[in-house]
Write a protein that binds this ligand. Structure first.
Ligand SMILES: NC(=O)c1ccc[n+]([C@@H]2O[C@H](COP(=O)([O-])OP(=O)(O)OC[C@H]3O[C@@H](n4cnc5c(N)ncnc54)[C@H](OP(=O)(O)O)[C@@H]3O)[C@@H](O)[C@H]2O)c1
Length: 320
């Protein structure tokens, strides 16, 4: 038996992905500090307190990305930090104050707190394939890999603010880490599908639910998209944290589909659900090269498993 595995912090612990990562880390024997904006809000944190081993090895600490030094207390004595928190863009958010500041300045705030805390040996940052694929200058016959960066100008021109926030945040993180000797590794998931732990559905899970109930949510209308199982994304975070060989950026994406391929797949697999049809969108073709992660021994789950687990969880929670 390998327990315990040391102390790590997960930022934005109550979110969709972070909750699953906290669950995974607890199961693996870590002592976990989870930062949340309001530890007293049981509706938001109750699912974390109910996780296996949470009583013994999970502590929730208040921290806000927009408050300088806010993470100092949470990071005290931690060996690793998983910086997952970042705003997911929903309609009507103010670009600077609600998206770019928490994403970019929030990430720098987190890294400055890491720098002040010498016990932290590695920081894993959750970026996104949105920081890789918003480009109009690549050869579509060559899959995009970790050397690719989204174009800030194109993101601004297309008003794709989430992609802009993830690109600027990851670029700022790399610059700060290199200048300050921080061992940083970044994980770049595509659209995350799977079971959801929070009581209220996140923006991503709500969009998937809408799709499964016959709507065509904006974030899934967008032509070609990569999909990845939430458990794979959590496992990838743990792998690149634990494996000393891990270095740089890691694309984390299993299956890429055009949106009309996704809806045909869903209609066939779940004939009892009402799935809308999407029209074809003139979006550029791209593939993602995930060899770098696979070379660390990683294997991805299938699109069938992602959606089966997602549908089952939505049914269990009474949403479907
Ligand atoms: N979902 C996807 O398909 C996907 C794909 C690729 C990458 N990612 C990345 O994965 C990460 C998690 O995404 P998610 O889908 O799990 O989103 P989520 O459920 O909305 O979680 C985001 C978390 O960030 C926290 N947060 C936002 N603003 C904050 C602030 N000012 N201070 C402190 N915390 C703040 C939120 O806290 P509150 O609960 O207090 O609001 C929430 O816990 C993000 O970095 C996202 O960019 C997601």
């Amino acid at each position: 038996m390998e327990l315990p595995k040391g102390k790590v912090c997960v930022t934005g612990a109550s979110g969709y992905l972070a909750s699953w990562l906290v669950k995974k880390l607890l199961l693996l024997g870590y002592n976990v500090i989870g930062t949340v904006r309001d530890p007293g809000n049981y509706k938001k944190v109750g699912h974390l307190l109910e996780l296996e081993s949470a009583k013994e090895r999970l502590q929730l600490v208040k921290a806000d990305l927009l408050e300088e030094g806010s993470f100092d207390q949470a990071f005290d004595g931690c060996h690793g930090v998983f910086h997952v928190a970042s705003p997911i863009v929903v309609a009507d958010l103010d670009l600077k104050t609600e998206i770019l500041d928490p994403a970019v300045n929030g990430t720098l705030n987190v890294l400055r707190c890491c720098k002040r805390n010498p016990s932290i040996k590695r920081v894993v940052l959750t970026s996104s394939t949105a920081a890789v694929r918003a480009r109009d200058d690549f050869d579509p016959s060559i899959p995009l890999d970790e050397s690719s960066w989204s174009s800030v100008q194109l993101c601004q021109k297309l008003k794709v603010w989430y992609a802009l926030s993830k690109t600027l945040a990851e670029r700022a993180a790399w610059k700060f880490a290199e200048e300050n000797g921080i061992d940083l590794v970044t994980v770049l998931p595509s659209f995350i599908i799977g079971p959801s732990l929070p009581r209220d559905l996140s923006a991503t899970a709500s969009n998937v639910l809408a799709l499964l109930k016959g709507d065509s949510p904006i974030s899934l209308r967008d032509g070609r998209m990569g999909y990845v199982h939430i458990d794979d994304v959590a496992c990838c975070h743990v792998l690149v944290y634990e494996d000393a060989k891990a270095k740089g950026r890691y694309l984390c994406s299993s299956t890429i589909l055009e949106n009309y391929e996704l809806t045909s797949f869903l209609k066939e697999r779940y004939p009892n659900l009402t799935i809308s049809s999407f029209g074809k969108h003139p979006r550029p073709y791209y593939e993602l090269n995930t060899f770098k992660l696979e070379n660390l021994g990683f294997t991805f789950r299938s699109i069938e498993e992602m959606f089966d687990d997602c549908v089952e969880s939505l049914k269990e929670q009474g949403y479907l």
